[in-house]
Design a protein. Structure first.
Length: 179
């Protein structure tokens, strides 16, 4: 995936490991005072990934994304935090993997927005969001079928549709006459 950074150059956009994205989100959530359990962290990494695809058509996280019984999971991240159970995850709990490339401004904005928007919500509320009817997880997960791969194309389609619905609702609010 390439993105024009200036008139004369093209620069590749790099998807990052789920661990690197999670560390960024944890550092920011700790700064804002929103503790994250492993379940909450997994959900917010997925939501940030979805919005990155929806807004920019670029994946935030590289590597497999799977539809598990309790939601979308980046296995690499799950295995790094599962030992914590329901205890809060700290950035220091994760290997200090430095991203291969610094996060570009678009990725940083999406991740900061994800913490601000979803950080205050409970893990169960986030689960309802990721399990919504017609969501990528709901369309991919099948009872008894383990580790079904979730398609970035499907995730992008869903989040672009969510963005379109949001923009339409904003447009409708703007043209409503005051009562």
């Amino acid at each position: 995936m390439w993105k024009r950074r200036s008139r004369d150059s093209l620069e590749p956009l790099v998807a990052h490991s789920a661990i690197a994205v999670a560390r960024f989100l944890l550092i920011e959530s700790e700064r804002q005072g929103f503790p994250m359990t492993p379940m909450k962290l997994l959900k917010i990494v997925f939501l940030a990934h979805g919005w990155m695809l929806g807004l920019y058509r670029i994946p935030l996280v590289r590597g497999p994304l799977e539809a598990w019984q309790y939601g979308p999971v980046f296995p690499e991240l799950y295995h790094a935090v599962k030992h914590l159970g329901a205890q809060p995850v700290k950035a220091s709990n994760l290997e200090s993997e430095k991203p291969k490339k610094d996060f570009d401004p678009e990725a940083r904005k999406v991740m900061l927005d994800a913490v601000g928007r979803y950080g205050p919500l409970s893990a169960s509320r986030l689960s309802r969001l990721t399990h919504a009817p017609s969501s990528p997880w709901e369309l991919t997960y099948r009872e008894g079928r383990r580790h079904a791969r979730m398609s970035n194309d499907l995730i992008e389609f869903y989040y672009r549709k969510m963005l379109e619905l949001h923009r339409k609702s904003l447009a409708n609010e703007e043209i409503e006459e005051p009562k």
